[in-house]
Design a protein around this ligand. Sequence first.
Ligand SMILES: Nc1ncnc2c1ncn2[C@@H]1O[C@H](COP(=O)(O)OP(=O)(O)O)[C@@H](O)[C@H]1O
Ligand SMILES: [Mg+2]
Length: 589
Amino acid sequence: MGRFSRILAYFRPYILWLVVGAVCMVLMAQTDAMLALFVKPMFDEIFLYRSISFVWLIPIFGIALMSFKGLFGYLYGFMVNYSNAKATIEIRNDMYEKYLGASLSYFDNNSSGELMSKLQNDAFNMQDSMSITIQMLQQAITFLGLVAVVFYRDWRMALLGLVLAPLVVIPVVYLGRLIRAFTRMTMESMADLNVNMFETLSAIRIVKAFGLERARLVGFLKANERYFGYGMRSAAVDLLTQPVIETIITIGVAAVLFYGGYQVIIGRITPGVLFSFLTAIGLIYDPIRGLTNSNNQLQAAMASADRVFDTIDTIPKTPEKADAKPLPPFEREIAFRNVSFHYSGMGEKAGESVLRDINLVVEKGRTVALVGSSGAGKSTFVNLIPRFYDVTAGTIEIDGTDLRDVTLRSLRSQISVVTQETYLFNDTIRNNISYGIDRNVRQEEIEAVAKAAYAHDFIMGFPEGYDTMVGERGVRLSGGERQRIAIARALLKNAPILILDEATSSLDSEAEQTVQKAIDALIADRTTIVIAHRLSTVRGADLIVVLEEGCIIETGKHEKLLQRSGVYKKLYELQFALEDRALLGRPVQ
Ligand SMILES: Nc1ncnc2c1ncn2[C@@H]1O[C@H](COP(=O)(O)OP(=O)(O)O)[C@@H](O)[C@H]1O
Ligand SMILES: [Mg+2]
């Protein structure tokens, strides 16, 4: 029942609509009975008494009745659709908000395609649950009313006719459960379809470049086949429900026929009584049929409701304490104290330490360079500062305040992050630069940061300048251009703490030089933690931290570390020496 009351909670604001809708439905349903009721006087007045006034009245009454039915049918449909659509919107909003609040580790373990499918398909699938329930209520009321009538007529025969009725419950419950299970699997395969499609479309260049079309298609076909299989099974069970119910009903009617026929023969009842009784029994089974049908639909909707609520319930938020305070403006230092970290999740390496016992103090205004081989844990290290992930042991403090004691918003507003892949939104360049800035940003400010980021000139080269649409994820721009827009964005945000994670490593050397100049503008006056693959950045750093397998193994300045002949020296020879020689060998201009 928990599931159902949660659905109901989404409908609560529109409960009036639902109630009015239900009343309209009842009124609409009564018109048939009224029509049937009217048949007797109609026949008698016209054929028996030849009343002329009735010849007038009948068509008028007929039109009135049908208009009445049309009106209330329409109102019922409108109210129910309205509340369904509204509730679905609420559910979607809720889910999207939960997705946005989820911690990053959630997205490491749940694919975007699946999350999208749940928000679209499952939310849609559960939207009819309320109208089905209203229908079921109406059917149940009709059923009970008719039961009362037949028992009133002849309770013995009623008992006989309905003795099997409770049996109906067994197939209904059992088949309903099957339908729920199959619907669940149908929706899972639908999500698989989405995952496949989403991955393919978002990596369409790679798919084309590597000729992966067939491989991707095969994956899609398989998921589609599974979708078909479960959908068909669900339909087969649904179709099975009717014949099973019909058989049980027929047995009940046959029993009445047998007993009633005998009663007629021995003269205890008249044939008329038997017939009217049979009619009543027939009518009773109608709402039973309706109820089973509606139940199947409801179970399908519930399968989706389960998926939606499971998702909503299991999304972990990056926890923010109830008494979290805003972080005061950054003043002194960022301190890692005995920090260890491991990723949670389902991967084979889950639980393995990625960072071990890190101690480091980054003073305000300094630039700290993190170096280490690939997989050493550099990105992980910097991701802990904006709390993309939380430390699993130890603490990170800013000016002595544990990051977990402050609001995420205030923390992240003081940090800018520029990474290797830049994601721009499919919007104008102007909006991409000013995205997320709360205040109104003037054009001059945008141009100023764009100039500082060496982006203004190429932006003005576009016919539409700052109003140029960048395309999905910024595809219409080159990597270097995207990166400079990201830097302009960081400049505008003007956060005191800056994190650079190999911001230039995916660029060719020409683009890299321009971007590097932009980055230098960004670093000025900021506290920077930079993961660098360029010697010049490392050399200029106030402190170099060498990470190896999650541990800090050396710290110091460039020259000192080189003299020490340790890991840094080896790294230097592997990564930077070539560049160094190239720099030294370059003719002086
Ligand atoms: N989201 C993640 N989930 C699980 N493991 C991860 C995740 N990101 C990185 N790792 C693992 O953590 C280790 C360090 O990764 P990372 O910090 O990205 O290294 P670096 O940036 O130094 O190349 C690697 O072994 C990697 O496999
Ligand atoms: Mg990295």
